[in-house]
Every structure is written in structure tokens, then in C-alpha cells.
Ligand binder design. Structure first.
Ligand code: PLP
Length: 365
């Protein structure tokens, strides 16, 4: 006998990138920052006293909210902190999507693009809400009728990743603005990789006169990638007062803990120091593009800390390269689904790690 809901019984769970236990391994598969967190963050964690842990944390992570509001020029009431941005993505579905038990043809679901971050679809299945998928073009550009199609299907939420995952493509502010203004639901702009890009979409959510003050946009951020804190589990969202208040009602009472609040607040206040690692990653990203192109690989333009690449045709295929690299202790990401199975997604590592990658590629015949 099993007692779970039927959608959970049928659920194909999210498949995270591998986290092998071997320590000498070169991990270029899950888009972590290759550099350690800044020392101030480690000190903030060490400074937490037993007495702090004895008490409950601030339910809203108020100190973090205020720090993030200062850094991003928004109001603290426009910020919500979560246990990784994955928790925030789940929370928006709880708050906005109808658990209708139908995969499609029912209003109240989510609109996504294909391809996109694969977790959205899993979260929709958990919520048992419909999902409408709109294909991106061959260069991962958004079709001009994206919002219309989401609207026609009655989507309550739309998801754009910018820079886009898994391609790295950057969408300009005016493109996202157009989607938001035409969409009759809440648009999630997932900026997990924005630290490696030149611009962000916060202007859409900032109050007038500094911004456009759009009521239906939520920008999501994470400290996992840019801030080298994937193990900490801290993310946040920035949106209108209305969206944040709705999300705040439905989150777990104490969804972020004392240790992560201390580390995250220090991290975001140290943004300028952290940004030095972003500069290094960006330089290496450009070098990796050159090195791959030299070897005949097609490389998609990327504003993120990874490159999506197609190995030269008629030679060793992507699946085989992935396996050969893994055998040499270098992990990159290979996706089996249709349009991705001829490609590899490679996280930008340190110069030494990247050199090891190029050497390994040269040995694969
Ligand atoms: C990594 C990633 C996230 C999740 O970040 P966490 O804060 O670690 O949960 C969200 N969206 C995209 C597109 C990502 O790549």
C-alpha cells in the first residue's frame, strides 16, 4: 500500500549534477564558483555564539533584507530570503499555482521555455499544476509571442532564466520588460548567474522614479554561484511589495537559519571583494571560448560562468567526450534530452583546472 498523492508516485524527481566524493577531482559540472568564499564570510560564521544558536533566528532574515536592500537600491520590504533560491521557486508555485491535477489545458499553471532550468518542471509536478512549454529559437532567443502563449494557456507564473541556462545567453532588459508587460501573471526572472553578466533586471522592480516599479516581476538570486556559497543554501527574491507580502505569508516560519543569515549578510555586504572572483571567472570564460573554438568546438555566447558547446561534427561525440573526461577525473555536464544530447555544458574553473581540461580534450581521439 502506498499513501502518497498520485502525482508524487508518478514524479520523475530532479536529477542534480553529480557530486563525486573524490577530492582531487576537477568539477566543471554544476556551475559553482571555483574560488573560496571571502574570508569575512568564514569569520562571520565563526563569530556566531552558542547563545545565538540557542534562540530562534529572525523569521524574515531582517538583517539580510536590509543589507540586500542597500546593495540593490530597493526597500527591505521588497526582499524575501530563502533556503537557496530553489526554496523560493517552490514557494512561488505554492502561492500562485493551482494544483489542478491536469498536465495541460487548465489555467493556473506555469509557463516555461525549452530548454530551461529543469527544476521548474519537477516543482510543477510536485504542485500538480499544468506546465506550458514554449520552444526558444536555435540561438536560445525568446519568441515574440512568448507572453501571448503563456496568457492563452492561463499561466499564473512565467519563468525566464537570465543569463539563460543551459546556454548562457543574455537577454536585454527591453526584451524582458516586453515579456513582463504583456504577461498576465507573475514573471520570475531567475538571475542565478547574473553576477557574471554586465547588467541585471532590477530596474523593472525598483520603485519609480529610479525604476519601472512593475508589480508582476520577481527577480530571484542565489549566493550559490557568484558568492561561492552553494553549500550554505541561501537565496532571495526581489519584487513588488505585493508579491513579497504574499510569499512571506506562505514560507516556513524560520526558513533560513542563524549561521546562513550571518554568512549571507556579510557576503552581500562584501560584494565588491567577491566581485574580484567574478572578474577572474569572466577572463577565464573568454579564454575557454578561444581554446574550445581552436579545437573546432561551436561555443554559444555566454554571460554566465559556464559555456554550452558542441564538439566538432564527425569526430568523437559529446556523450563519449563526457565519459572520457569523467574517466580522467574531470566532470562536465551532459544532458541526455533531445536537443542537448550533442552538447556539453562546461563550468569555468580556475586557470589550472581549465588547462587540465584542454589537455584532456587533446588526448581524446
Ligand atoms: C543553481 C541554480 C538555481 C538554484 O540555486 P540555489 O540557490 O543553489 O538553490 C536556480 N536557478 C538556476 C537557473 C540555477 O542554475
Amino acid at each position: 500500500m502506498s499513501y502518497e498523492r498520485s502525482n508524487i508516485r508518478k514524479l520523475a524527481a530532479y536529477v542534480p549534477g553529480e557530486q563525486p566524493k573524490v577530492s582531487k577531482l576537477i568539477k566543471l559540472n554544476t556551475n559553482e564558483n571555483p574560488y573560496p568564499p571571502v574570508p569575512a564570510v568564514m569569520k562571520a560564521i565563526a563569530d556566531v555564539q552558542g547563545d545565538h544558536l540557542r534562540r530562534y533566528p529572525s523569521p524574515t532574515a531582517q538583517g539580510f533584507r536590509e543589507a540586500a536592500a542597500r546593495v540593490h537600491h530597493v526597500e527591505p520590504e521588497q526582499v524575501i530570503a530563502t533556503n537557496g533560491s530553489d526554496e523560493l521557486l517552490r514557494l512561488v508555485m505554492t502561492v500562485y499555482c493551482e494544483p489542478s491535477g491536469m498536465r495541460t489545458n487548465q489555467p493556473g499553471g506555469i509557463g516555461v521555455t525549452n530548454p530551461t532550468y529543469s527544476l521548474y518542471s519537477v516543482l510543477a509536478d510536485i504542485q500538480d499544476t499544468p506546465e506550458i512549454v514554449v520552444d526558444l529559437d536555435d540561438d536560445y532567443g525568446m519568441p515574440s509571442d512568448l507572453s501571448d502563449r503563456w496568457n492563452a494557456a492561463g499561466c499564473k507564473l512565467g519563468f525566464i532564466v537570465n543569463p539563460h541556462a543551459p546556454s548562457g545567453r543574455f537577454y536585454e532588459l527591453h526584451e524582458i520588460r516586453k515579456v513582463a508587460e504583456k504577461f498576465d501573471g507573475v514573471l520570475i526572472v531567475d538571475e542565478a548567474y547574473v553576477d557574471f553578466a554586465e547588467h541585471d533586471a532590477l530596474e523593472l522592480v525598483r520603485q519609480q522614479p529610479d525604476g519601472l516599479g512593475l508589480e508582476n516581476v520577481l527577480v530571484t538570486r542565489t549566493l550559490s554561484k557568484g558568492y561561492s556559497l552553494a553549500g550554505l543554501r541561501f537565496g532571495y527574491g526581489i519584487g513588488s511589495h505585493k508579491i513579497i507580502a504574499a510569499l512571506d505569508k506562505a514560507r516556513d516560519s524560520y526558513n533560513t537559519d542563524i549561521l546562513s543569515q550571518a554568512a549571507a549578510t556579510t557576503a552581500i555586504e562584501a560584494r565588491d571583494a567577491v566581485a574580484e572572483s567574478w572578474e577572474k571567472v569572466i577572463l577565464e570564460r573568454d579564454r575557454m571560448r578561444d581554446e574550445l573554438e581552436k579545437r573546432g568546438y561551436k561555443v554559444f555566447p555566454s554571460a554566465a560562468n559556464f559555456l554550452l558547446t558542441v564538439p566538432p561534427k564527425g569526430r568523437v561525440g559529446a556523450a563519449k567526450i563526457y565519459q572520457s573526461l569523467a574517466d580522467k577525473g574531470i566532470y562536465v555536464r551532459y544532458f541526455t534530452h533531445d536537443n542537448m544530447c550533442d552538447k556539453l555544458r562546461i563550468t569555468v574553473g580556475t586557470p589550472e583546472q581549465n588547462d587540465a581540461l584542454y589537455n584532456a580534450l587533446d588526448q581524446i581521439k
